[in-house]
Design a protein around this ligand. Sequence first.
Ligand SMILES: Nc1ncnc2c1ncn2[C@@H]1O[C@H](COP(=O)(O)OP(=O)(O)OP(=O)(O)O)[C@@H](O)[C@H]1O
Length: 284
Amino acid sequence: MGGIMQDDVLLRVRGLTKCYQGDEKRLDDVSLDVRKGELVSVIGPSGAGKSTFLHSINRLIEPTEGSVVFDGREVTELSRGDLRACRRRISMIFQHYNLVHRLTAIENVLHGRLGYKSTIAGALGLYSEEEKRRAFEALEQVGMADFAYKRVDRLSGGQMQRVGIARALVQDPLLMLCDEPIASLDPKSSRTVMERLRWAADDLGIACVVSLHQIDFALEFSDRIIGLSKGRKVFEGAPADLTDEAAREIYGDIEIEGLPSEAQRLRAATRIAPAPVSSSAEVA
Ligand SMILES: Nc1ncnc2c1ncn2[C@@H]1O[C@H](COP(=O)(O)OP(=O)(O)OP(=O)(O)O)[C@@H](O)[C@H]1O
């Protein structure tokens, strides 16, 4: 892969547009720059195009038009092989975790290394000692080391999502695309997950693009927020810039939880770094 682009922009999206089977534009001319270590939230009502946007960045959905330059390379023009190599450095976190339920936490985390292995080594589950050490370290980093050998179907949603983050981390990503990572979680688990993403951005320098329904978490944890409405970007700014008027432009008349109050805006503007999590048997 090429080096980091000038001015530290890791991801440069221009005019990204998606029409599903000739239908109307569900993503319409969206542009965004993301720097190393930045956490950018994507907010908007249901159907606004948040998932379409995230998935178009690494071509899980093929965009109809537009440009995505990641780490100096035009993603939309990559061949299959080059796209596979590129996706190693872009990990994904999903709302429903996408873990293999009958496997342990550590086995799921090791799956994050599959993009680096031959198909046969991956199929046989052949991982080096270094990969196993790294997987364990990643579980420690999300406070889940005590659960390394537990089947993930015995874990709570918050714990599963932390395993999902550990799996994303062992990919050694430059960018993490997080599609509604806390939509299925209670507020306490949501906070733990958002704190880990914030930590990954701050301490590991990983850029994170996170779609969220919970505007209060977006305000608290983001460096920048973009608001989508009917596929178009109608807001981009710091959390402190998300006025009631801007929120109305994004959400229309929809009643949403956690609309920014003056106090929240202030809190977002003076964000305090999260404390490290412990690996204790917390149920979050
Ligand atoms: N495979 C598809 N074929 C046709 N239309 C689709 C497809 N996937 C999504 N859409 C449409 O594109 C629009 C944007 O959907 P998308 O899932 O990106 O929105 P979203 O903001 O992520 O919504 P939510 O918050 O509910 O997940 C919606 O109108 C949706 O119905």
